[in-house]
Design a protein around this ligand. Sequence first.
Ligand code: ZN
Length: 157
Amino acid sequence: MYSRNYPSRLLQDAVDELSSLPGVGRKSALRFALHLLKQPVDNVERFGQSIIRLSKETKFCKYCSMISDNDICDICRDAKRDTTIICVVENVRDVISIENTMQYNGLYHVLGGIISPMDGVGPAVSNAIFDAIGVRLRELPVLPEKVWKGIQEKNAR
Ligand SMILES: [Zn+2]
């Protein structure tokens, strides 16, 4: 179908997909698509493959839920880490921010956005995880829903 806005269906499809990214409007999406069109096909293939592999091959660490290339992430496998400290964070971006400061040497537990600190329950969840499992977090897969349910039950008593 001919579109008044785009001279090509292929261009329109690319703009549709690119503009589905957070913070990318249709103008920016068009700019990206036209930029990609000017690149050598090898570069565009590498670009596309990295996104496909990100989606298909990314794993989540079985201990801390951090994004990882393996079943256990590099942080949890690092023998130099202080395993007595666990920082409970909302999402992967928090881990990346903290790691970039190079000031923290403990482990993490990524809640994965299921419970947001913005909802005011973050500290309660953190405390519950520490109380419930402390340093043994590495060996126990703890679901935030389970912890939250535990808090509610405890408060109901
Ligand atoms: Zn991990």
